[in-house]
Design a protein around this ligand. Structure first.
Ligand code: AMP
Length: 264
């Protein structure tokens, strides 16, 4: 199962991803977490990303695409993954399509957590104020000003992905303002639906009514229905015909032998 959780900062993608990790045993790939780890470790990527992240802007596409491409290669990603915070731009989504196609993989669904931005801002600001009051450690980008910049980046650069994935037919939207448990249940329903769809055998795909032709039963299948014997497919008919001519050849050979014996 390969999923993308799409939504603005604070929509609950991380919380829902953790729930899916526990439920399905697949890994969560959060580019935000990976970049924060790189910043903490002081790697070249981390040094490049630190200021950008603190400003609430987006790290260059090629940097995150490289990180995600390498991470997807790891053995623990084989069973599936939930992308949280990636892709965030259309070029990132196109790069992801290429990365997956090269590995013969595809996305199962893109789940959009639809939220009301004003309510979201109030929710995050009150959460940040409560954390401050408790003296809890804060993220560098946990200020109201940076939050507004991150939301602007979402609107301008990430929201176009909704139309992108809608066109691809993979977009599923759930109400991200509902209580956490209800959001989780809605996502599970989406996942269950996708699993069912991908498990369905091809032969059960039914053509739309307009395309179905009411073909008349053939004489052979009418006889088969009467006698209870199965009407045979083309391949079965060809096998049957070959057996019949082999039997006929054996019979005529036997007749020839008998005639020769009589003459002797
Ligand atoms: P997040 O924890 O997902 O909110 O990400 C925190 C910050 O990391 C973002 O504000 C960006 O600066 C950076 N970041 C995370 N993911 C991406 C991405 N896919 N593309 C560009 N920048 C990203």
């Amino acid at each position: 199962m390969r999923l993308i959780l799409l939504g603005p900062p604070g929509a609950g993608k991380g919380t829902q991803a953790q729930h899916l990790v526990a439920k399905y045993g697949i890994i969560q790939l959060s580019t935000g977490d990976m970049l924060r780890a790189a910043v903490k470790a002081g790697t070249p990527v981390g040094r490049q990303a630190a200021d950008i992240m603190a400003r609430g802007a987006l790290v260059p596409d090629e940097v995150v695409v490289e990180i995600v491409g390498q991470r997807i290669e790891q053995p623990d990603a084989r069973k599936g993954f939930i992308l949280d915070g990636f892709p965030r731009t259309v070029p990132q989504a196109q790069a992801l399509d290429r990365i997956l196609a090269e590995r013969g993989l595809a996305l199962d669904a893109v789940v959009e957590l639809k939220v009301d931005e004003d309510a979201l801002v109030r929710r995050i600001e009150s959460r940040v104020a409560a954390m401050k009051a408790r003296g809890e450690p804060m993220r560098d980008d946990d200020s109201s000003e940076v939050l507004h910049r991150r939301l602007a980046a979402y609107r301008e650069q990430t929201a176009p992905l909704i139309a992108y994935y809608r066109r691809h037919g993979t977009l599923r939207t759930v109400d991200g303002m509902a209580p956490i448990k209800e959001v989780a249940a809605a996502i599970e329903k989406v996942v269950a639906g996708e699993r069912k769809a991908s498990a369905a055998p091809r032969s059960r795909v039914v053509a739309p009514k307009s395309k179905r032709t009411a073909s008349k039963p053939s004489e052979k299948s009418k006889i088969a229905a009467k006698t209870g014997r199965k009407a045979r497919t083309g391949a079965a008919r060809r096998v049957g015909a070959a057996r019949k001519s082999a039997r006929a050849a054996r019979k005529s050979a036997a007749r020839g032998t008998a005639a020769r014996n009589r003459r002797r």
